[in-house]
Design a protein around this ligand. Sequence first.
Ligand SMILES: [Zn+2]
Length: 172
Amino acid sequence: MKKALPSHKEVFMFEKEDIPRVWDFFAEEIIEFANKEEVNEPPAAKYIRPKLREWMSRYLKEGITDDFLNDLNTAIHKIRYSKYIFPLDLLPSETGFPKNGYIAQYDEIPKPEEYAADDFSKLLTSGELKRLKRCQLKGCENFFLGPPQARWCSKACGSKFRVREKRKRDLS
Ligand SMILES: [Zn+2]
């Protein structure tokens, strides 16, 4: 079992065949997954990805409204968690006593829409979504995490955008 990083605000765990496992959480990874297909990805990925993208674009459009949270809560409702007390070597605590937590029951794999909503809810509660952006280059529209003024997911997209803008100006 891998050690949970103490810097994690929240530790995500899931259990399969009675073995608890730490779910390493990196916002960047989820966003990268949402953007593009990976080689040898599990077949469910192609059903999860569009749902995850839907949540992300909806968040960018609507923000966190009551409707948004109601829909998200409905989508994750079926995911079952059990109470779990973290061993200290897994999650050190400042008091020296083990901490309370919850562990997702994955013996039955969640449906793609539930899985996507669960992934998105991790992004949401991590606070990382405040940096969520969408590339403004037509045809790219990748999601990325960036500062408030960022408009493109990469330097390459930024320069493509400027070339297109220049061409538009030159032709008008
Ligand atoms: Zn881009």
